[in-house]
Design a protein around this ligand. Structure first.
Ligand code: NCD
Length: 311
């Protein structure tokens, strides 16, 4: 059976079915060789990717740029609204329309939820959400799932602890939704009471077969998980900085806690102090591999969307 990828835009992981996730992960595996080598393929030769980053980014922007270049295309864009005409008062809609004129697909990061969806409704080229406020970060989730599959061999039957800022962290929102597509999943939601997973996501999980348990401390769950998925406290989304300072540093993983455990440690990065650097040179560290996996996964996304939706 020939598989097809139905989505034109990647806005929310909630738009995905399991077969859509598997399609991208399979394509990514096929592109690993080019992603890892110094070779460049010609699959997207002459194609231009528009990178509209209204919020800071290192990995996401760089890996999208690497991905389009490895496929023979190129990327243009900006990394904060201060360096675009939005700072002169141009609307996001006009900026996006202009990018549409130049590019074959657009990647958007913005501090407001819903901006990528809004842009996808007004342009004809594929739109990819690279993080919208505390909303979703679907391409991060695809590379997280790719990493889990590669490191553990499967995604079904997984026990995973999501740790840290579950309230504002968009990576854990998307990942929770995606895990709802798999079988026999148990999620431990480990956070301070102030930063619990939003009700909306719990409501989504209630509609799936995922079993979830809310916990206050890592020690309660560490013996029962295959993956510790650690996140940064999203300082920039706090209204009162005092609230941030109270919580800062509350959930820290170190090498001693991990000794003798059969698990991997993941983190979407950037890390502040949630994972002690003494974990970096242990077998538990999969966060740098995870960041590198962004390239084949984003290559798969770009190849699929741009080829399926020629201009
Ligand atoms: C994450 C993000 O931007 O949501 N970073 C990333 O894309 N890898 C996580 C974060 O900023 O904490």
């Amino acid at each position: 059976m020939i598989k097809i990828f139905k989505l034109k835009n990647i806005i929310s992981i909630k738009d995905f079915e399991r077969e859509d996730v598997e399609y991208i992960l399979d394509e990514a595996a096929k592109l690993e060789d080019i992603a890892q080598s110094k070779e460049v393929s010609e699959e997207l030769k002459g194609k231009l990717l528009g990178l509209m980053f209204f919020e800071p980014s290192t990995r996401t922007k760089m890996s999208f740029e690497t991905a389009i270049k490895r496929l023979g295309g190129d990327g243009i864009g900006f990394e904060n609204s201060g360096s675009s005409s939005v700072s002169k008062g141009e609307s996001i809609a006009d900026t996006a329309k202009m990018f549409e004129g130049y590019c074959d697909a657009l990647v958007i990061r913005h501090e407001l939820e819903g901006v990528s969806k809004f842009i996808s409704d007004i342009v004809d080229v594929p739109v990819i959400n690279a993080g919208d406020g505390a909303g979703q970060h679907p391409t991060q989730t695809l590379l997280d799932l790719y990493t889990i599959k590669k490191e553990i061999g499967k995604i079904d039957d997984l026990k995973i602890a999501l740790i840290g800022d579950l309230k504002y962290g968009r990576t854990v929102h998307s990942l929770s939704n995606a895990l709802g597509l798999f079988k026999n999943i148990k999620i431990y939601l480990v956070s301070p009471p102030e930063l619990r997973m939003p009700q909306e996501i719990l409501h989504d999980l209630n509609k799936t077969n995922v079993e979830y348990v809310v916990a206050d401390n890592i020690s309660e769950v560490i013996d029962d998980v295959n993956v510790l998925y650690v996140t940064r406290i999203q300082k920039e989304r706090f209204i009162d900085i005092e609230d941030y300072l109270k919580i800062k540093g509350a959930y820290i993983i170190n090498k001693k806690m991990l000794e003798g455990k059969d698990l991997i440690v993941m983190h979407p990065l950037p890390r502040i102090d949630e994972i002690d650097t003494d974990v970096d040179d242990t077998k538990y560290n999969k966060y740098f591999v995870q960041a590198a996996n962004a390239v084949p996964v984003r290559m798969a996304i770009l190849k699929t969307l741009i080829k399926n939706n020629p201009k």
